[in-house]
Design a protein around this ligand. Sequence first.
Ligand code: IYR
Length: 233
Amino acid sequence: MKPDERYPFIPYRTVPLDEATTLERGKSFYAEMDERRSVRHFSDRAVPREAIELAIRTASTAPSGAHRQPWHFVAISAPETKRLIREAAEKEEYESYEGGRMPEAWLEALRPLGTNWEKPYLETVPWIVVLFEELYGLETDGARRKNYYTKESCGIAAGLFVAALHRMGLSTLTHTPSPMGFLSKILGRPSNEKPYILFPVGYPAEDAQVPDLRRKSLDEVSTWDPSPPNSQA
Ligand code: IYR
């Protein structure tokens, strides 16, 4: 295929690694990420704005459908905004947990996590970051520009965001107070954006506790070289 001259390519220069270094790096990254836990007990210790900026920049390196980067991060440190978010989130969560919106099977599935409708950390964390999914782009004249695979793109960006925070010794939680429409209102976001995940961010509290969970083994989460149908093997 003839290259489209409007869109030139540039060389991709990565450092070629030997096999031992590849594995060393893989092992050390895995060991580090395996220490990560979702946290619900945060310290009120300050976190510099630059740390949040770095996590957002890292998240924004995610691959995305047609490179539309269909995400927008809103970072909140103002106590009054955090208070409004807590109030609205708890109102929804109370309905979900206590008002019958969550069926018993779901409540039972969450029991190991020890969650309930109360979300005090939304007021005590130094930062809340809300990731908005950009459903479609808006041109300056108001015309809509289609985005692609927005959920997948935001999911990958969210993963990188979580990893970047962990690397900096910060903790977070992928919190989805449901429904999340109140976030658009409180944060004044346009109608082409939809709240995707709310991340409380801070250092973990010194006495933070997490559920005693285990992760699935490699065998449980992977299959290697399955035989294709009709193969002789
Ligand atoms: N949004 C609620 C309920 C909740 C749902 C799932 I799925 C979780 O993994 C954890 C909690 C809450 O944040 O409490």
